[in-house]
Design a protein around this ligand. Structure first.
Ligand code: ALL
Length: 338
């Protein structure tokens, strides 16, 4: 059985502030225009600064939550700023995210708060925006330091220590395994720094616990791709005991592959994000650990950094954000091997 993908393709760009806030779904344009920005004009007379939140795939619950956090914050601060929310359709649609940055600029954004889909590819567009006087705040996935330095881009980073968080997820999983057990890692997009950091954190935890990492492959953050990767890993490694996934969507894809192979309970899975769709899998033990990186707060902290930067010429400092590890002990689910 292949995984059934329940992910709707919705990507939206909407403006709130002068108008009533609404969820991204309600403003989702037709698929053909999925990534087009709202045509709403900039505030006349520049009454309030406009902040553009540029995210990755709004089909990923992690980012739709992030959008909701930002919208709630704006609704509580209507006198301070306007908010424009942008998201891409596919996780790896880098050129579309570059277009969104350009749209934010042309719509008069005073600041761009961005979760870059790629740590290098977004740098030139962000540098161009900064040269026009637009404040850039980097959230979630850190831009490549060398690429940013070379381009002369200065952007504070607001986000978690992904390596440490992934290490802690890996430790929670390792507590259910025995030394020398075989584990595999399905990482996110390989060009994203946070994906690299999560892979490294998973490796740290597996090494510390004496597990054998037999394969590392990318699922590009996507459920369907991770499902295919996991199915192949399961047939190539009959003794596999664990799959560590760089996000929950991939963990859901991997769990479906484990079920299809009839190995539920024998192959434990870990994810990252703590999205709503992972809860039933945590509850019945198909997934043993994930990480809540509080995406709604990430957006708010990014917006606060942007507002601070708009008010002052002083450089805004980086801000480390918290990650909580989420585990569930299933009532009748998989238990550690005797
Ligand atoms: C990362 C986010 C989330 C998300 C993933 C895929 O940057 O932190 O883990 O699931 O991108 O978009």
């Amino acid at each position: 059985m292949r995984v059934i993908l329940g992910v709707g393709l919705l990507a939206a760009a909407l403006l709130v502030g002068g108008c009533k806030p609404s969820a991204p779904e309600s403003a989702a344009p037709p698929a053909s225009a999925a990534n087009a920005a709202s045509a709403a004009p900039a505030a006349a007379g520049g009454a309030q600064p406009r902040i553009a939140l540029v995210m990755k795939s709004l089909a990923n619950d992690f980012f739709s939550n992030m959008a909701k956090g930002a919208q709630a914050h704006q609704a509580a601060h209507t006198g301070q700023y306007e908010l424009a929310v942008f998201g891409i359709k596919n996780e790896t649609d880098l050129s579309e995210q570059v277009n969104l940055v350009e749209q934010a600029v042309s719509q008069g954004a005073a600041a761009i708060v961005i979760a870059p889909a790629d740590s290098k590819a977004l740098v030139p567009a962000l540098r161009r925006a900064q040269q026009q006087g637009i404040v850039i705040i980097n959230i979630d996935n850190r831009l490549d330091a060398d690429a940013a330095n070379q381009a002369g881009l200065h952007a504070a980073f607001v986000g978690p220590d992904n390596r440490d968080a992934a290490r802690r997820v890996g430790q929670a999983l390792a507590a259910r395994l025995k030394p020398a057990d075989e584990a595999a890692i399905i990482e996110g997009a390989t060009s994203a720094f946070n994906s690299q950091q999560r892979r490294a954190g998973f490796e740290d935890a597996m090494q510390a616990a004496g597990m054998k990492v037999v394969a590392i492959q990318s699922g590009d953050w996507e459920m369907e791709k991770a499902n295919t990767v996991a199915a192949n890993l399961l047939s190539a490694h009959p003794r596999l005991r664990a799959i560590l996934c760089g996000n929950d969507n991939m963990a859901i894809g991997a769990a479906a592959a484990v079920a299809a192979a009839g190995r539920t309970g024998q192959v434990l899975i870990a994810g990252f994000d703590d999205i709503a769709a992972i809860k039933p899998l945590l509850a019945d033990g198909r997934v043993v650990a994930t990480a809540d990186q509080h995406g709604d707060q990430l957006a708010v902290f990014g917006i606060e950094a942007a507002l601070a930067s708009l008010k002052s010429t002083a450089a805004v400092a980086d801000r480390a954000t918290a990650v909580d590890i989420v585990t569930a002990t299933p009532a009748g689910g998989p238990q550690p091997r005797p």
